[in-house]
Design a protein around this ligand. Structure first.
Ligand code: GTP
Ligand code: MG
Length: 197
């Protein structure tokens, strides 16, 4: 699986103004600041493609990128943080929820989890909700360069155990670092598998 071209296409506010194409889509979600935009830049090898910021809440819209002119990556706003009024925050999460529930060409979600933390309620709650939608998903444990591999493995195992206990699912999991490129091959292979199926 190779990315030969990666281009920004458009930003949408919600399900109603997304592109009308039928391209297979792969969307990235997770808490604000977990590294969604950074992972997109890492797997496309294009540093400034998705906007990255150390301030949480940078990505406020659904951003669509076209790969190899025939499939799409979507950078979603994070959950758990939004600047602005409370009503905007709620509306925003609802928009992302609508996108996930309604988008028929959405093939798979990558749910990003900070590898440095023990399972967080909000991540378990989101992943449980996502399981119920039936949209296939893969977990990506991010920022692994910041700690030992043993710590990453321990937190990932704990997360999977907690999720299995909560909703009885045991999704695939990938460890990644946007700094070192770890996980790039695995994420691209997961996408390639769906595209080739
Ligand atoms: P929002 O759009 O605000 O929800 O954030 P996001 O999930 O898109 O995170 P983003 O990619 O903007 O990264 C947030 C911060 O974490 C930035 O300062 C990144 O440089 C940093 N970061 C992201 N991934 C990694 C990583 O793998 N390793 C390290 N060391 N830093 C990372
Ligand atoms: Mg972002």
């Amino acid at each position: 699986m190779q990315i030969k071209s990666a281009k920004f296409f458009t930003s949408a506010k919600g399900a109603s103004d997304c592109p009308t194409w039928e391209l297979p889509e792969f969307a990235f979600i997770g808490r604000s600041n977990v590294g969604k935009s950074s992972v997109i830049n890492m797997i496309t090898s294009k540093k400034g493609l998705a906007k990255v910021s150390s301030t949480p809440g940078k990505t406020r819209m659904l951003n669509f990128f076209v790969m190899n002119e025939n499939w799409s990556l979507v950078d979603l706003p994070g959950y758990g943080f939004a600047k602005g009024p409370r009503s905007e925050k709620i509306d925003f999460n609802e928009q992302v929820g609508n996108y996930i529930e309604q988008r028929t060409n959405l093939q798979m979600m990558f749910v990003l989890i900070d590898a440095r933390r023990e399972p967080q309620k909000i991540d378990i709650a989101f992943t449980s909700w996502l399981s119920a939608t039936g949209v296939p998903f893969t977990l990506v444990f991010t920022k692994t360069d910041k700690q030992s591999a043993a710590k990453t493995t321990a937190n990932a195992e704990l997360f999977l155990e907690t999720l299995t206990e909560a909703v009885g699912v045991d999704p695939n999991a990938i460890a990644s670092s946007s700094k070192t490129g770890d996980g790039r091959k695995e994420i691209l292979a997961a996408i390639g598998q769906v595209l080739d199926a």
